[in-house]
Design a protein around this ligand. Sequence first.
Ligand SMILES: NC(=O)c1ccc[n+]([C@@H]2O[C@H](COP(=O)([O-])OP(=O)(O)OC[C@H]3O[C@@H](n4cnc5c(N)ncnc54)[C@H](OP(=O)(O)O)[C@@H]3O)[C@@H](O)[C@H]2O)c1
Length: 296
Amino acid sequence: MDKSNSPGTVLITGSSTGIGKVCALHLERAGFRVFAGVRKETDAMALEKESSGGLIPVYMDITDGKSVRSAVKVVSASTGGSGIQGLVNNAGISVGGLFEFLAIGDIRRQLEVNVIGHARVTQAFLPMIRQGSGRIVFMGSITGIMPQPFLSVYSASKAALEAITDSLRLELRPWNVPVSIIEPSIIKTPIWDKARDAAHRTVENFPRSAHELYGPAIRAVLNVLDHPGRITRVATPADKVAKAVVHALTSDRPRYHYIVGWDAKLSYVIAKFAPERMRDWIIMFLWRRLGLKDEV
Ligand SMILES: NC(=O)c1ccc[n+]([C@@H]2O[C@H](COP(=O)([O-])OP(=O)(O)OC[C@H]3O[C@@H](n4cnc5c(N)ncnc54)[C@H](OP(=O)(O)O)[C@@H]3O)[C@@H](O)[C@H]2O)c1
């Protein structure tokens, strides 16, 4: 923390919409100077409009080394060598679909954004985090602990973040840099609409054999995604995620893992303590309740 009353400077990636935007505005209200990662000018302008002066949009595509390096320069110039007090690795995409037929390019894109992108940003900002006695927060997901069917690679990307969080925290012990991960369950954000559109595109590109093998399941999953209310009716407000992020960045005793939402807590207990077969049964029971009936 810096020596003034302000908790300092934080950078958050993926602030144009959803959880990132809510967190950026929440962090600003908590007194942070917030560098909010965006990719479009319109998103930068919209954020500035909602900010009360403590939020600075910074252009960054986390899959592009040049873009990340130029963001480092912007933040570094503005902090004048005092470093940053927080990095929130929030940006993410969700690639869904049947594992057997997912295009390798889509699998790579999922991991490129949700894992490699965060690695790139974290490596690039670590010198400034060290300078500023800062902290690191990753935006995981409960699917990293309890993976879901049709979300195998998304779940894998979040499981990778679990491992990186727990390894990195130990590696950074000599500099006392806390590293935490947030594990929300269902939060109502544009990610669900994007997932629906992407799923339709993916299914259009499936070979005929995919439809022959998995036809009823494909139709049922699309049906669920076409009615996002079925999923988001149990959603937790994004504010709760933002509160966890603020706690991770300001508490004297930040937690290693923040499980956000009642359904995430329930999933955590099932994943950790239920016998494996029972866990699978519960997951499929919940998918059937969503509308998959006997298709899977
Ligand atoms: N919503 C949920 O139910 C839920 C649950 C658990 C975890 N999460 C996680 O929470 C995080 C935020 O998701 P969200 O639900 O708020 O989704 P969202 O509204 O779709 O936001 C995703 C953000 O990531 C940004 N992004 C995507 N690719 C990027 C790239 N290559 N470089 C930089 N930024 C990029 C997007 O920017 P553009 O607008 O420029 O594309 C957007 O700002 C993700 O990591 C997600 O996995 C979400």
